[in-house]
Write a protein that binds this ligand. Structure first.
Ligand code: TRP
Length: 451
């Protein structure tokens, strides 16, 4: 297969562009609020460090050595080159499920961006009402913006790796980082900042329960784009002799730092203005616009810029969520990029409509199953189950299936024997058991909530 290659810096930006997304800025802060502040942050950080990083290296390795779409890459690396390991590559399909709700949220962001030009809510009540109205009643508006989001994502995907994905990331990533940094510096001047630091870093162990653990582990996979062959697919286009260990390290650092910055900034505002830290998925859409409204004309400027950056972050992630499916369909069925992208987009766009309907007053009941709206089902199914499961498959594959010499050969140019041993050990005996534990834990939670 002929694929255009990333440049090295292009890959880091693309991988970081994939990792840094709505997960960092929309999802992470409200999850911290929902699952007990510092306790959640602590488990999240531990998972990133001891599981996420090692699995990330493993996933990059499969793509880097396999040099193809996910299915063919697993097959290429499997010891017998036949067997059933190729089916592991179908974890890429998880992306279509993630995209259903991800694209709806990018739609909300685009809506808020345009909305902020004319109107910013002055109080939290107004903000709450506004978000509630959008999500609960404005079906047409949501579908239109979900559609625009879909078109944007499609148009980048259509340009392929070199023309679209790498170029978009090179501009959008630095812009995003600057905006978040600016907002954080502003937030540091507020009294709420100290409270924010305490909220996020006071590790209260009494708040750790099995649900918080499941959520934190799942989210650490979500935020690093792990467990569904996204990074794997990008890695197939890495130039030879790229230091995949260092690359993984940069991605983890960048992703974690941006999540922390976003969380600290958001909670400084939340506490400064006496808002509710557990506002759920509406947090970004309620807390920041209220804050911006206090700043007059400058606030409008900040608001538009912020939502623009958030939309960028979302789109650079979205393309990585769909690319594995697109790449596979092109290789396997010899579809053109246009055909593969269009079909994938139609699927997630359509299911996304059902997801957004599940939050509406009129159709919510129709799309709520077992007490859970379809939107939440799609989110929880992927974050809490499919991604950790995909990660487990990658870790077992690299840790126990592929011959040790082959794994070592992929890394020996970049790291010494000792570092290799530590990493290999952590894939085999930390990541694998931790993920099995998380998945069993999930079964426990499900059976408890049923009983
Ligand atoms: N990591 C992105 C975020 O935090 C989302 C994402 C992009 C993703 N690609 C992925 C999640 C692949 C899981 C798998 O928003």
């Amino acid at each position: 297969m002929k694929i255009a290659h990333f440049t090295r810096i292009g890959f880091i930006l693309a991988a970081a562009g994939s990792a840094v997304g709505l997960g960092n800025i929309w999802k992470f802060p409200y999850m911290v609020g929902d699952y007990g502040g510092g306790a959640f942050v602590l488990i999240y950080l531990l998972t990133i460090l001891f599981v996420g990083f090692s699995v990330l290296v493993a996933e990059i390795m499969v793509g880097y050595v396999g040099r193809s779409d996910a299915v063919a890459s697993f097959q290429e690396m499997a010891p017998d080159k036949k067997g059933n390991w190729k089916y592991a590559g179908f974890m890429g399909l998880t992306g279509l499920v993630i995209m259903t709700f991800y694209s709806v949220v990018i739609g909300w962001i685009l809506y808020y961006m345009t909305q902020s030009i004319n109107f910013l809510p002055e109080t939290m009540e107004v903000a709450k009402e506004g978000f509630g109205d959008l999500v609960g009643n404005q079906i047409g508006t949501q579908i239109v913006f979900h559609f625009i989001a879909t078109l944007f994502v499609m148009s980048i995907l259509l340009q392929g790796i070199k023309g679209g994905i790498e170029k978009a990331n090179k501009v959008l990533m630095p812009a995003l980082i600057l905006i978040i940094l600016g907002l954080l510096i502003y937030a540091m001047q507020l009294d709420g900042f100290a409270k924010s630091v305490e909220f996020m870093f006071a590790f209260d162990f009494s708040k750790i329960n099995s649900e918080a653990i499941t959520q934190a582990v799942g989210h650490s996979f979500f935020t690093l784009s792990l467990g569904m062959a996204a990074i794997l697919t990008y890695s197939a286009s890495l130039p030879k002799h790229t230091n995949i260990f260092k690359t993984a390290f940069y991605v983890v650092i960048l992703d974690t730092v941006i999540a922390m910055m976003a969380g600290l900034m958001m909670y400084a505002f939340v506490f400064e203005f006496g808002q509710d830290p557990s506002a759920g998925p509406g947090l970004v859409f309620m807390s920041l616009p209220t804050v911006f409204s206090q700043l007059g004309g400058l606030g409008t400027f900040f608001a538009v810029l912020f939502f623009l950056a958030l939309a960028f972050a979302g789109m650079t992630s979205a393309i990585s969520i769909v690319e594995p499916t697109v790449q596979y369909a092109m290789d396997r069925f010899k579809w053109t990029r246009l055909k593969a992208t269009t079909i994938a987009s139609v699927i997630f766009f359509t299911v996304g409509i059902f997801a957004l309907l599940s939050y509406t007053a009129d159709y919510g009941k129709m799309f709520t199953f077992g007490g859970m709206p379809l939107f939440d089902i799609l989110d929880k199914l992927t974050t809490n189950f499919l991604l950790p499961f995909g990660g487990l498959v990658v870790a077992v594959f690299i840790g126990f299936v592929v011959q040790r010499e082959r794994v070592y050969a992929a890394l020996s140019d970049f790291i010494g024997e000792t570092t290799f041993k530590v990493w290999y050990f952590s894939v085999r005996f930390i990541a694998v058991p931790a993920l099995i534990f998380t998945l069993l834990n999930l079964l426990g939670i499900i059976s408890i909530s049923k009983g």
